[in-house]
Ligand binder design. Structure first.
Ligand code: BG6
Length: 331
């Protein structure tokens, strides 16, 4: 697919005919002329979402500090997914299934959703964008299911980044479908060896580096000194990523997404990726709200909702505060 072609269809669908509902959202041209929506909250935080993949590529706090990692070698050119930010993995996580790695949603052109059904949440954010993906005829050849995937990206009070996915089975012939899913978030960290993740202690996980064999995490918070690629199962709804050097803690809250993937490619795999710098593994960590172990099944007419909320707080947030029991039962 040439980027020229992609550009013109994006312009036709988004720029020309789809006004943005939020007064704090603006449609502009990003890298390689790809359309992106910039969200600017009046209190100072901001986010950027490419229509290509409905891919969040930037999330900044009210001091203008970037909180997500995007590789300096990321290729903003279809069909390659953008390396960094928040790729959406749908309808397949990783290579568990017959589709391409992580499914196709991350390398399709989404459009602006001008008429999303109302949200039942109480979120009062006025800084948001709604995007939608429906399968093309080509998509139907590789995954023969009718769906509407609606994604809302919003900036909440205090600069929180909220992603809400609503996936509906729009089949007219009564056919159910199943899928796996992840918000593949790349957090920006100062130095991976100084980072710890809390909230996943003592949980079972499938180790992607050992044929997805099941193990149980021992003891303390998770720290990093080599490649990691694990799917933690049935996790608490709150996970913390503590960046000691930056004195910053990311808090990830999730809903509808029981699992959490933790990934860092480390040096050898980093060198093998064309769109990732050799040393960049030191400055990123993926913690992904996901539904992997038990695929989600939707009957015709049914809708699934999966939500991820990210906040970044100064690290006076004490370590130990997020032991699984407290996390499970606390706010
Ligand atoms: C993670 C997977 O979610 O994504 C890893 O657990 C994978 O196995 C990584 O290597 C990156 O995937 P991709 O397709 O973006 O290179």
């Amino acid at each position: 697919m040439s980027s020229e072609k992609v550009l013109s269809s994006a312009s036709a669908s988004a720029s020309a005919s789809a006004p943005l509902a939020s007064p704090h959202a603006e449609l502009c041209r990003g890298i390689n002329g790809l359309d992106k929506v910039v969200l600017r909250d009046p209190r100072g935080s901001s986010a950027e979402v490419y229509l290509y993949g409905a891919h969040v590529t930037s999330w900044k706090n009210d001091h203008g500090e970037e909180l997500l990692f995007v590789s300096s070698k990321a290729i903003f050119k279809p069909p390659k997914a953008i390396r960094g930010g928040i790729p959406i993995c749908f309808p397949q996580f990783s290579n568990v299934g017959s589709l391409e790695q992580h499914g196709f949603a991350r390398n399709r052109l989404w459009t602006i959703d001008t008429d999303p059904p109302p949200f039942s949440t109480t979120s009062s954010s006025k800084t948001f964008v709604d995007l939608i993906l429906k399968p093309s005829e080509e998509d139907m050849k590789i995954w023969a299911h009718s769906f509407e995937f609606r994604l809302r990206v919003a900036l909440g009070p205090g600069g929180d980044l909220l992603l809400t996915s609503r996936i509906r089975n729009t089949s007219v012939d009564g056919k159910p479908f199943s899928f796996t899913f992840a918000y593949h978030t790349y957090f920006s960290v100062s130095d991976i060896s100084e980072v710890r993740v809390e909230g996943l202690e003592t949980l079972d996980y499938l180790d992607n580096l050992q044929n997805r064999e099941r193990f149980t995490e021992q003891g303390d918070a998770i720290t990093f000194e080599s490649e990691v690629d694990k799917i933690y199962l049935s996790t608490p709804t709150k996970i913390a990523i503590l960046d000691h050097e930056k004195k910053r803690t990311f808090v990830l809250r999730k809903d509808g997404l029981p699992d959490a993937v933790v990934w860092n490619p480390w040096d050898k795999k980093a060198k093998a990726m064309v769109d990732f710098g050799d040393e960049e593994y030191k400055h990123m960590l993926c913690v992904e709200a996901a539904a992997v172990e038990k695929p989600i099944t939707l009957k015709a007419g049914e809708e699934w909702k999966g939500r991820q909320e990210l906040s970044a707080v100064p690290s006076s947030y004490c370590s130990g505060q997020l032991d699984p029991q407290k996390v499970l039962h606390g706010s």
